[in-house]
Write a protein that binds this ligand. Structure first.
Ligand code: NAD
Length: 353
């Protein structure tokens, strides 16, 4: 077998510092020489952000955060950064908060120190996203890649169990899709396999003992690996589906990923035996889909899109936009009928076939 590929490593410092976020963030802000920090954190994460930013030179605190970064929300944050002559952004929160910091960095070039509090993984990618008129646009720009990421598992113990599960499965979806995404290379697949194993080890512990940082540090480690793999491999079919659904119907991001994942795995696994074997091994199972379904059962994972507000009558409008962006290299052949069947099964929470 010939091994021939190229892989870009993104320039970013990552720090795993359980219980030490304030010190670790201060060290990064000092290293980057910032004097006027804009702290971005949603109201719900204000207490965490206040604790982290206590010793920082804060110029402005911004809490106007919304899922999928609507353009008007991005504009308000950009104005706040410029009105307060911020020279660095510290984001504390989930993917929505990181995404808002990225929107500011995209237009201003300001550096970001990201402190993630979910398993979304946006902090480890140079992908930005903005939503306008129910359409989500994404792009890749080196300016939006945080200069440093601080992972502190203690900050995630307040993340409710149901959200932890959905977010953890969002990370698992990054790993699974990275096995066959358009730019998937051997390094991505190695990171993805290790990410699946870490999430498979950590998430059941999070469910059993949510207030302990122990399982959560494995989940964060898995989330980081998943994002590194995804960032390099690009969006596979799973991400394309969730991206279209999220933008068109304002569905909750992590839960949508959690529901759709087994259906995409069931579709692709028979056409990607090597990837399927690797996913199975990482899950400690003999079959990838069985392994995923057994983990989902253990976690009481989200099952159907209808429970998150999708109407069955919405499905036809999503089919063509998904088919239009489905990667031609997807292991299984894609047709409007394939996508329509998949969406109906995900909508009703049927067992994936
Ligand atoms: P989110 O950031 O909206 O957070 C979900 C909920 O969890 C919110 O209500 C938030 O307040 C709450 N929360 C977060 N941390 C908490 C904590 N520690 N304790 C208690 N509550 C907490 O959702 P998300 O799933 O983290 O991120 C989704 C967004 O991220 C989407 O817009 C998605 O497109 C984007 N995303 C982008 C990339 C990328 O590479 N650009 C990657 C993944 C996700």
């Amino acid at each position: 077998m010939t091994i021939a590929f190229s892989h870009d490593w993104l320039p970013q410092r990552v720090v795993f510092a359980p219980g030490e976020a304030p010190t670790a963030v201060a060290a990064e802000v000092g290293r980057l020489g910032a004097r006027r920090v804009m702290v971005i954190a949603a109201e719900a994460e204000r207490a965490l952000a206040d604790r982290i930013s206590e010793g920082l030179p804060v110029a402005v605190r911004h809490s106007d955060v919304a899922m999928h970064v609507p353009v008007e929300v991005a504009e308000r944050a950009r104005k706040a950064a410029s009105a307060n002559t911020a020279d660095l952004l510290v984001s504390v929160g989930g993917g929505s908060t990181t995404g808002l910091a990225k929107a500011v960095a995209l237009s201003s070039g300001l550096p970001i120190v990201a402190v993630p509090t979910t398993y979304a993984g946006s902090e480890a990618t140079s992908v930005w996203g903005l939503t306008e008129d129910r359409r989500k646009t994404t792009g890749v720009d080196p300016r939006v890649l945080p200069q440093a990421v601080i992972y502190d598992a203690e900050l995630t113990v307040s993340l409710p169990v149901a959200m932890s599960v959905a977010s953890g499965l969002n990370a698992l979806a990054h790993c699974v899709d990275s096995m066959w995404a358009p730019r998937s290379d051997p390094i991505d697949r190695a990171l993805a396999a290790e990410g699946i194993a870490a999430l498979n080890a950590g998430l059941p512990v999070v469910v059993d003992d949510p207030s302990s940082a122990y399982g959560r540090q494995y989940a964060l480690y898995g989330a980081y690996l998943s994002a590194k793999a995804f960032s390099s491999a690009g969006s596979g079919l799973h991400h394309k589906i969730c991206h279209v659904l999220g933008g068109m119907f304002d569905l909750p991001h992590a839960q949508t990923h959690a529901v759709v994942l087994p259906h995409v795995l069931a579709l692709n696994a028979p056409h990607a035996p090597e990837a399927a074997d690797r996913i199975a091994a990482a899950l400690g199972a003999t079959d990838a889909l069985t392994g995923l379904q057994s983990l989902r059962q253990r976690l009481d994972a989200p099952r159907s899109l209808r429970e998150y507000g999708l109407a069955e009558s919405d499905i036809p409008a999503a089919v063509e936009p998904i088919v239009a962006v489905a990667p031609p290299s997807n292991p299984a052949a894609i047709s409007p009928q394939t996508i329509s069947c998949l969406l109906h099964a995900a909508w009703e929470g049927a067992d994936p076939k």
